[in-house]
Design a protein around this ligand. Structure first.
Ligand code: NAD
Length: 268
């Protein structure tokens, strides 16, 4: 069989139970990954995705983790090394939208310090999307450094790392932070041969965008601005993740790639 792009690599995917994380787990396994650890808050669905990987001929295990729990992230990384020998690649896809966390808050009158989002929503979104990302990256980087064989970390950021509509401020700020975390860690980890890059998807067909897609006006707003005139598919993001995970991107670090159908090309 011809060499595949992930041959021999051990991969950890957070947010692996759904959407972009699930698509990445399946895609990287399809490209020959030695093992995929499917990690998610929802341990049952993580196990189901690990089962999908196995059914397709790959090797996988599942791990229940809340990425806002720094010690649990350390356990995730330690468990992956104990089970599979090392970690070569992290795909950090665990995330929440402001809308999912603070459902209905935009209908409120903005009395919370003048912002439309409550303190609780702000904390939860930033805690998962930024603090949790840092805890995960740090835990895996520590194992990669100890192993001394380098590695590739792929953080799922967003077009919202550099663009905001103003109606999802906690999310946009958390994703801007994710992009700066990516660049800062690229600097910190370069001496260890660990590459750190980000993927900034546009609007993709996953459970996270279900409400937007169900709302005709909101969906038209997205497809109207997206040069390709449609939402993206999870596999189109997984292909970008694959590129940054594998050795074809060996000269990439501290970069972000946007599979967004041209959403960010217009200047307004
Ligand atoms: N779908 C899009 O259009 C889009 C666009 C840009 C960026 N993103 C980002 O891509 C990533 C994946 O999103 P998706 O669209 O696949 O959404 P999704 O809701 O389908 O999947 C997110 C997964 O993250 C898990 N998760 C949430 N909180 C967690 C926590 N505290 N600890 C561990 N796991 C947790 C969920 O259980 C879920 O399985 C997110 O970071 C999201 O912000 C998505």
């Amino acid at each position: 069989m011809a060499a595949r792009r992930m041959d021999g690599k051990v991969v950890v995917v957070t947010g692996g139970a759904s959407g972009l994380g699930r698509a990445s787990a399946l895609r990287l396994s399809e490209e020959g990954a030695a093992a995929v650890v499917v990690a998610d808050l929802d341990g049952e669905r993580a196990a189901a995705v690990a089962g999908e990987v196995t059914a397709a001929g790959g090797a996988a295990s599942a791990f229940a983790v809340d990425v806002t729990d720094a010690e649990r992230c350390e356990e995730l990384a330690r468990d992956a090394v104990e089970r599979w020998g090392r970690i070569d690649v992290l795909v950090a896809a665990a995330g929440v939208s402001s809308a999912a966390v603070g459902a209905g808050e935009q209908e409120h009158d903005g009395t919370d310090a003048g912002l439309l989002w409550s303190t609780d929503t702000w904390h939860r979104v930033v805690d998962v999307n930024l603090n949790g990302l840092m805890y995960t990256d740090r835990a895996v980087a520590r194992q990669m450094i100890a192993a001394g064989q380098g590695g590739s970390i792929v953080n799922i950021a967003s077009i919202c790392s550099v663009w905001t509509s103003g109606n999802s401020t906690p999310y946009a700020v958390s994703k801007a932070g994710a992009w700066m975390l990516t660049k800062s860690l690229a600097v910190e980890l370069a001496p260890h041969g660990i590459r750190v890059n980000a993927v900034g998807p546009g609007f993709i067909e996953t459970p996270m965008t279900a409400a937007t897609r169900a709302d005709e006006a909101a969906a038209a707003g997205v497809t109207g601005r997206t040069l390709m005139g449609r939402f993206g598919q999870p596999r189109e993001v997984a292909d970008t993740v694959l590129f940054l995970a594998c050795d074809e991107s060996s000269y990439f670090t501290g970069s972000i790639l946007y599979p967004d159908g041209g959403f960010n090309a217009p200047t307004r």
